[in-house]
Ligand binder design. Structure first.
Ligand code: ADP
Ligand code: MG
Length: 731
């Protein structure tokens, strides 16, 4: 095995960058070539069909069979001209990534055995029934109703990957419950659109629609594929379960924004080339903080589309990595002791009239609107901070949140000094003052008191899980491997619910005789007071914050299975039902899936760890120990006793240490196996997940600690697993 390790390292160092034939074209020339976007639709659909389809997309009108047939015919022609022979409904089950089942376009023209033709009807475009009984459903589908169906989401355009036309779809059970991420996402986007549009009408009655926007920043690691192949832990769990820190890792801060290694640069170019063909507006690429860690970010876009694009690029990144002799690691914490990977979700709301609702305005009215939205978002995040955390918490992400690098496992919001100052000023102002101002200055009530907010981009807090960054909030707690929809569903839903409540309260005040702006002011002032505990501008990493957050009543739970409880808390169920995003049954089912997934992840890791330790580490350590014993024995043969004792002291020390560590490791592994056996007998998914968290997981660190110590003393030539210094510094 160690020979394998050396060979893998040797080959990794020899590898050269794969030349990417840079297209001799402008990006804009081939951008979106494989997407059935509006431009392409205009070429392949009649004007009538296109107009009807745009109504479906923009106004949410239902898609009738006749229209579906027309669209399918145009789409088929477009796809076949670009080499497609197959089609698939592309959906997002409650696993990681996406699912697809390809069908060819071919059909018999008549009776079986007759000529073959290419067929693609509106029926096949609009709806499919994948045999979906093995996707996680949390018990929603009993075996007798095991089939779910997928239905086209016309708001996200179809695209061609290789020879297959991919149609973005939702995935629903026959009883109507969502089995995927897209269904509730679309519902949450609809909810926030309606609620925010209503609130916008206080300021501008011409607003017809509010869009939710998302710009994700995808962090990732690359490792050489030969080295990856010799690390069963990376292969099976996506992270290293063992490995001593490299003497040098990120201490010198020389990787962040450093010059991009040639092999990696070639890889990045290749991803961009692929991404542009799918109309993914990739904009930024750079080295991240940890060695071998990088980031990729597009220009933000409408949330539903942006999420589909993120899922597509994650799969492209995985495939393209192979071409360059890399493996892509999207795990949130592939290596201990250095930064993990997140996926900051830059989120904002904007109107169809082109106004960013989180962008400070130029006029006092626009600023009042801005403050209204910021304050309501703070209120929502304050009320539902535990729920927001639950939306992004997974077994993998738990290694980031709460560790000393990423945002802590406490949700708080950072506003920056200027916006904070505006809110503080507003909170202290009296309504009377506002009225006086109005009378004297003939300005709209009190609005003049909101100063123009000029944002300073240097005013940033990198530790905040939810930070205002000038024209958006940056939800930083999201994990790198996540489907962004998970967090976006909850964020949009809580903001929708909050805006509805705001509107109701303000309307009541108006009804009871208050002027509109005074009513808005009064409610905002109240909200600013109530939501204060969520505002935190300090260092989120320190222990004082944990204590302070607890005093403020913010959720500080760190156990993943318990954090997830927030999804089915009575106030969460009420909120999700009120905005039409989830039913109670769906929430319970999804939690079952989350607990089950958590258990399985820890179970697999525990097995891999046990195997590696018993089959790789202990035999290697024993071999080295035996060599040392041999040496000691020979020393005693050659030298007189007194001298021999002196000369073998060092070896004897190591021999003893190895014995001690091996026996500790063995007993911990046995105890871990026992704990698993006990946990496996538990029927309730929640209790089982808790047992895995409380009783199984703690052994990981204890075992690892001893193995990593062995790594330091065992002969380097014998050590079977590529070390951190070999995995992390490939150029
Ligand atoms: P950072 O400085 O935070 O690392 P990046 O440039 O890496 O910034 O990424 C910022 C992301 O935020 C990009 O995807 C960008 O398009 C997106 N973004 C910018 N403005 C908005 C907005 N108003 N709403 C949503 N996303 C936005
Ligand atoms: Mg950022």
């Amino acid at each position: 095995m160690s020979k394998l390790r050396f060979k893998a390292v040797e080959e990794a160092y020899k590898k050269k960058a794969v030349a990417v034939s840079a297209p001799e074209q402008l990006t804009s020339d081939y951008y979106g070539r494989y997407v059935f976007n509006k431009d392409q639709m205009a070429k392949y659909l009649s004007k009538e069909t296109l107009d009807a389809l745009i109504n479906v997309i923009e106004k949410g009108e239902t898609l009738d069979r006749g229209l579906a047939n027309h669209v399918a015919a145009g789409m088929k022609m477009w796809a076949m001209e670009r080499g497609a022979t197959h089609y698939t409904h592309w959906f997002q089950p409650l696993t990681e990534g996406t699912a697809e089942k390809h069908d060819s376009f071919i059909e018999y023209s008549g009776a079986p055995g007759s000529t073959i033709i290419e067929e693609f009807s509106g029926k096949l475009l609009a709806q499919q029934e994948p045999d979906a009984s093995s996707f996680p459903s949390g018990g929603i589908r009993n075996t007798f109703e095991a089939r779910g169906y997928t239905a086209w989401d016309p708001s996200s355009p179809a695209f061609i990957v290789d020879d297959t036309l991919c149609i973005p779809t939702v995935f629903i059970s026959y009883t109507g419950e969502a089995l995927d991420y897209k269904t509730p996402l679309l519902k949450s986007l609809n909810a926030v659109d309606r609620a925010a549009t209503d609130v916008c009408h206080y300021f501008d009655p011409s607003v017809k629609k509010v869009y939710s926007y998302l710009g994700w920043e995808q962090e990732y690691f690359l490792v050489d594929d030969g080295l990856y192949a010799t690390r069963p832990d990376l292969m099976l769990t996506g992270r290293t379960l063992l490995g001593h820190e490299s003497a040098k890792n990120q201490q010198l801060e020389d990787h962040y924004f450093g010059s991009i290694p040639t092999r990696v640069q070639a890889y990045m170019k290749d991803i961009e080339f692929e991404g542009y063909k799918y109309g993914i507006p990739l904009k930024t690429r750079h080295n991240e903080v940890a060695p071998n860690q990088f980031e990729l970010a597009p220009i933000f876009g409408e949330t539903n589309l942006s999420i589909d694009q993120n899922l597509l690029i994650m799969s492209i990144m995985k495939k393209v990595a192979r071409r360059h002799g890399f493996r892509l690691l999207l795990h949130e914490k592939p290596f201990a002791g250095i930064n993990g990977s997140g996926k900051h979700n830059n989120w904002s709301l904007g109107t169809d009239t082109g106004v960013g609702l989180l962008t400070p305005g130029k006029t006092p009215e626009e600023n009042l609107q801005f403050i209204t939205f910021v304050t309501n978002i703070l209120m929502a995040v304050y009320k539902y901070n535990a729920l927001l955390k639950a939306s992004i918490m997974t077994a993998q992400n738990a290694h980031r949140l709460g560790a000393n690098e990423a945002p802590p496992a406490i949700i708080s919001a950072f506003l920056g000094t200027q916006v904070s100052a505006v809110l503080d000023k507003l909170e202290k102002s009296t309504s009377e003052e506002a009225i006086v101002l109005d009378a004297k200055q003939k300005m709209k009530l009190g609005v003049a008191k909101i100063p123009e907010v000029l944002l300073d981009n240097t005013d940033r807090n990198r530790t905040s899980p939810f930070a205002f960054t000038g024209n958006r909030f940056e939800f930083r707690a999201v994990g790198s491997s996540a489907n962004c929809a998970s967090g976006m569903i909850t964020l949009n839903a809580i903001v929708a619910a909050q805006l509805i409540e705001f509107k109701k309260t303000v309307d009541e005040k108006i009804k009871s005789g208050l002027a509109k702006n005074k009513a808005i002011f009064d409610v905002l002032k109240e909200y600013i007071k109530i939501s204060k505990p969520i505002r935190f501008d300090g260092n989120g990493y320190c222990d004082e914050w944990k204590a302070e957050a607890a005093r403020r009543g913010l959720d500080g739970e760190t156990s993943v299975p318990v954090i997830i409880d927030a999804n089915t808390a009575p106030e969460a169920v009420k909120m999700f039902e009120s905005v039409g995003v989830f039913s109670e049954r769906e929430l319970h089912a999804r939690n079952e899936v989350k607990w089950e997934t958590y258990t399985k992840k820890i179970q697999i890791e525990a097995r891999v760890l046990g195997d590696l330790v018993m089959n790789h580490i202990i035999p290697t350590a024993t071999k080295y120990q035996s060599a040392l014993l041999d040496n000691v024995y020979k020393i005693h043969q050659v030298f007189d006793k007194e001298k021999a004792v002196k000369l073998s002291a060092h070896d004897l020390g190591i021999i003893e240490e190895i014995s001690e560590r091996i026996s500790t490791i063995k007993s911990k592994v046995e105890a871990m196996i026992e704990a698993r056996k006990v946990a496996n007998k538990i029927e309730c998914e929640r209790e089982k997940a808790i047992a895995y968290h409380d009783k199984v997981l703690p052994y990981f660190d204890e075992i690892r600690y001893n193995v990593d110590k062995l790594e330091l003393i065992v002969d380097n030539e014998l050590w079977p697993l590529p070390k951190y210094r070999e995995l992390l510094f490939i150029r």
